[in-house]
Design a protein around this ligand. Sequence first.
Ligand code: NAD
Length: 693
Amino acid sequence: MTEERFVEHARDGDIHILRIGNPPVNTLRTGVREGLHKGIQAALKEGARAIVLIGDGRMFSAGAEMTEFGKPRQPPSLPEVFDEIEYCKVPVVAAIHGSALGGGLELALACHARVALTSAQLGLPEVKRGFVPGAGGTQRLPRLIGGEAALKIIVTGEPVSAAEALKLGFLDAIVDDPLEASAVAWARQHAGDSFTLARKREDKIHGADLAAFDAAAAALVKRARGQESPKGCVTAVRAALTHPFDEGLNIEREQFQRLVAGEQSIALRHIFFGEREAQRVLDLPADTKPTTVNNAVVIGGGTMGGGIAMNFANNYIPVTIVETSQEALAKGLERCEANWQRSIKSGRMSQAEYDKRRSFLKGSTSLDVVKEADLVIEAVFENMEVKKEIFAKLDKLARPGVVLASNTSTLSIDEIASATSRPELVVGMHFFSPANVMRLLENVRGAKTNYAAIATATDVGKRIGKLPVLVGNCDGFVGNRMTGKRTPQVEKLLLEGCLPQDIDRVMEAYGMAMGPLATGDLAGLDIGAAVRKARGTVAPMADAIVARGRFGQKTSKGWYMYDEKRTRQPDPEVEAIILEVAEKMQVRRRKIDDQEILERMLLPMVNEGARILEEGVAARAIDIDVIFCNGFGWPAWRGGPMFWADRMGLKAVRDRLAHYAEATKDPNLKPAALIEQLAADGGSFAHPAKRAA
Ligand code: NAD
């Protein structure tokens, strides 16, 4: 392939334009870098007075081409291209629309000046992929806006708006659409100006207050818990304040190379690419047409219904909540309003934005509004009879072809669908709490669900900012089904020698937002007890805790005790209960090491994940990892449960499972057939090896 295909060279009089064209997001692959190099050379030869760099299509550039990582690098490298820009005799102006991210922003920072449309977003998200900006971003940005401001952008990885970039000082002007004409005019007007390159600027970093910088850095790193890349970012940005430019670049390079080869970055990239992959429904015929939802109805305005409705209003799609009484409706709407008000208070949302979003949310106590709906999502009590009654009514009211979705977390979509005359249009849309915040959406395919319904649930899920992953209909779907398999081992560990804080400590050290016992306290232990009662199962430890009226945070006592600030503390009474139960069951307690705790928490989930793959409930292992990293507090830098198992090696996974199945007499831990097969074939969940013929 020739470089001309990636960078187009145009001329507007003596202003030359280099258009990067590497769809869809203009990553800076080898051909683009070559094209920029040749373009600059040609422009200079032809006597250009200034050069405008612009992106074709959706954006300026999303950055380096990550699929080239780990492969032999083809010249010119990004730093070589940047050198060429910086030593260019005429000014090079970056013209930014859409996004300038990572290497894309670094390219812009190496230019003499930057102009952007007001809708542009600028950021350095490398930290989220487990590494640091590796082409000078950590050295140039502090020189333009100061150490602390740069640190915040680089450590959080969050993009800023053009207005913010202008205010901070790394954008020179906001210009009008059409961008190219504006940028050419700006370049022509300023072609004779003298520009100070970012690398030559000292004013913002000279005499920087290192103590203040370190304090800001400590606060930012603390939020990242066990993740390494934020620390690498701090090291690199700090070097900008303490070292000359070229030495700073070397320090940045060291951090980049160390981190990009590390386990965390491999995991984060696995999830990053996986999130795109998991949203693709493999068997969906290309000509399937989703319904465009311009009017949604949510039945039930409780904890979930309110949050679900907010997602639509947040994305300017009209939505109506239906409740059983004026009182319940008012309560539901107020909860949404209070949520938005919190965003206003914290400065994340303006009053005008609130007014706009609020105008898209309506309420009703009559199901008749369903007649006008393009999509109905039910979120009433978790009770099959109630749901079936509602679906029968919805079926009569909704127009033909309208998809009817349920947010149930445990009930069968097929049985719910059986109450309608349109089971092919019934689908699960399983949101996670808080539904206005959590990104994961498990869309559940019933036995009769058709492609149009699946496409509609997927499409609308994306439009309301969720990450839709299609799963099959089974008890607990993917996430809750796998987590549920961990619970018997929690019981056994408590019986054999652990205390709640031992298990939570190990899981939190692994990176989970909250350990399983603390999570139980937050959700309410009475809920699990009610489920056990309904299913006729027992859990001696949990039952003993609940029997003492310890329902979790709501009673200030559960697996822990809680103060007024809801800070948890180990409770001697819990230890006494645990010892008492163990004695009654004649179990001799022993010291259990952290590795065993970790394996006994993760392996049952992996084993169930394998069964889920065997059954086709999830299409790919990556779907499961994406589900856990987006809905279950699994740290993305660990890559999810199936990734964890793959890194451990499936032979070891099989052996450890077989060991624990025997040692704990838990038949659930008998290695799943898929694990046996992959272990025998030398395959992994991500790359199942072909069976030898
Ligand atoms: P909730 O009790 O907070 O809300 C249910 C609401 O439905 C109530 O406000 C009730 O007045 C209303 N309602 C009941 N019957 C109705 C009817 N016939 N018409 C209109 N409204 C009616 O419950 P929730 O926690 O929001 O759960 C709702 C659904 O979401 C359940 O199926 C649950 O399993 C599922 N879910 C819950 C969570 C969670 O964490 N709470 C997570 C995922 C899914």
